[in-house]
Design a protein around this ligand. Structure first.
Ligand code: NAD
Length: 502
């Protein structure tokens, strides 16, 4: 992508920031506010007063989605009509790229160049789902006068609850498969990132998605999130967020109407580096660091645990430290920034506390881990820290076990394959795992033994680029339910097995 020449400070100053619900086709400014100011991650300046959503607003959105599902204004359209509307929405997202990227950049602190790069990913998700939907087929058997097939139908009313780290992408990842399969949706963004989801729903109306089919309700997890998870007219709850909240969602789903669940939760992914990669250490070290610190490590799939074989550990770590030090925190509005700000003051303090506690518990800080000042031409300061690498923690320590969701790489060493696999699998999570080895047999064994929904194997640190038409799912306490591809579409359907005799 060519570098943007936009003056982002000026564009941001001209932004019309509104905190809105989209309910029943109406885009309405949120009436209730918490009194807590949301501040821009890059400079700490207030951008809006956080919304205080109500259970009544959630109810209205569910009622609206249910009405739209029952009267078939969306699911009753032909698939080709739905495909062209979803494709039109993808086009509108791209036309509004700068606005959407700015929203995510301001709220999350991610570099503007990255936020701009996420817009086509969100649009691509809509196009992928539209493209796959007419190739989605079901089982069929025929035997003489008897035949049977499985008719796949939309589930009904889908509640979608998402976290704050990739606001636009996550919204698109929920909305695209849910809508193309004919469901009606209530999307609840994180209370930390409210802007792009509402704009997406507004654009969906412009693209021709009927009123009430895609609703957005702002508010806290405790009030609006809980209401959606407990609501008896929500048929499927598709959740992306932490493992702790995922468990609460499961209880509410079970205690209400036994709604279906998809849970995309946390991770603490290992990156294993074997001695047989000695010749490629520079490239692999760069890859380890990029995998660990992308999006300031607010990334469910971050390779936050580096497991390196003892024979190369010291030499490899020198390269990792040098790479990490090239990730210098900088103003997200600078198009050259690769590592931006942390989402808010509270999260920054939480991440820094792990650096301190880790050292108290016996780990050694190799680099970074400090709050830093970045000049943004503002009277207030943003939320920045230098990415940290720590070594020598125990396998049961918080640094080795807990999802920090901030720029800390925990390093441990192993002797052999058995110890590597045991260490890699020694967390409650199972989202992704990365390994660098030039031994083909070992890489095959790793893909079997590593308890992770996605395993990325490389010999020479080719950049990992995922193919999203293949499905993925979490293992263990990273959640369950397929995303992407045909299984991802199937997640948003229910099957009726039809038996027929002629
Ligand atoms: P979070 O669990 O704090 O919040 C996620 C969402 O749940 C928010 O919208 C929040 O308002 C809502 N929520 C909170 N309490 C709730 C409740 N009791 N009932 C219903 N909803 C409730 O997570 P977060 O900090 O916003 O996001 C970060 C987490 O998301 C990390 O753990 C990360 O790994 C995970 N994540 C996972 C994936 C994945 O694909 N597996 C992708 C992105 C993020």
């Amino acid at each position: 992508m060519s570098k943007s020449t936009t003056d982002w400070k000026k564009t941001a100053d001209q932004l019309d920031i509104r905190v809105q619900n989209v309910i029943d086709g109406r885009v309405i400014e949120c009436a209730n506010r918490t009194g807590v100011e949301k501040r821009a991650a890059r400079n700490g300046e207030p951008i809006y007063m956080a919304p205080e959503g109500t259970a009544e607003e959630a109810d209205k959105a569910v009622d609206s989605a249910l009405r739209s599902f029952n009267d078939k204004r969306w699911r009753g359209k032909s698939l080709s009509e739905r495909q062209s509307i979803i494709a039109a929405l993808a086009g509108l997202i791209e036309e509004n790229a700068e606005q959407l990227a700015l929203y995510d950049c301001l709220e999350v602190g991610k570099p503007i160049s990255h936020a701009l790069g996420e817009v086509p990913i969100a649009a691509g998700m809509l196009r992928d789902c539209a493209h796959l939907a007419d190739k989605f087929y079901s089982s069929f058997i025929a035997d003489g006068s008897y035949s049977a097939h499985i008719r796949r139908k939309p589930v009904g009313v889908v509640g979608a609850i998402i976290g704050w780290n990739y606001p636009l992408i996550m919204a698109a990842h929920k909305v695209a498969p849910a809508l193309i399969m004919g469901n009606s949706v209530i999307l609840k963004p994180s209370e930390n990132t409210v802007l792009s989801a509402a704009r997406l729903a507004e654009l969906a109306l412009d693209a021709g998605v009927p009123e009430g089919v895609l609703n957005v309700v702002q508010g806290s997890g405790a009030i609006v999130g809980t209401r959606l998870t407990e609501h008896s007219n929500v048929d499927l709850l598709s959740f992306t967020g932490s493992t702790a909240t995922g468990k609460t969602v499961m209880i509410a789903a079970g205690q209400s109407n036994m709604k279906r669940l998809m849970l995309e939760c946390g991770g603490k992914s290992p990156y294993l580096v074997f001695e047989d990669c000695r010749d490629y250490m520079d490239a692999i070290a760069a890859d380890v660091v990029a995998t660990a610190f992308q999006n300031q490590s607010a990334n469910c799939m971050a390779g936050s645990r580096l497991l390196v074989q003892q024979g190369i550990a010291d030499e490899f770590l020198e390269k990792v430290i040098s790479e990490t030090q090239s990730f210098v925190p900088n103003d997200p509005f600078d198009p050259d920034t690769a590592f931006g700000a942390i989402m808010n003051e509270g999260h920054l303090k939480r991440v820094l506390s792990y650096v301190e506690q880790g050292q108290t518990d016996g780990a050694t800080l190799l680099c970074g881990g400090e709050r830093v000042r970045v000049d943004t031409n503002s009277d207030t300061q943003g939320y920045y820290m230098s990415p940290a690498v720590l070594r020598g923690m125990s396998a049961e320590s918080a640094l080795a076990q807990e999802e920090i969701f901030g720029p800390i790489l925990s390093v441990m060493t192993f002797r052999d394959d058995t110890e590597a696999i045991a260490l890699a699998n020694n967390t409650c999570f199972g989202l992704s795992a990365y390994a660098a080895t030039s031994d083909f047999g070992r890489s095959q064994r790793l893909s079997e033994e590593l308890r992770a929904g996605s395993v990325y194997l490389t010999a020479t640190a080719n950049p990992f680029s995922a193919y999203h038409e293949l499905a993925r799912e979490g293992h263990r306490q990273s959640g369950f339910g397929a995303e992407y591809g045909f299984p991802g579409l199937a997640s948003y359907t229910v099957g009726t097995t039809v038996h027929q005799w002629t």
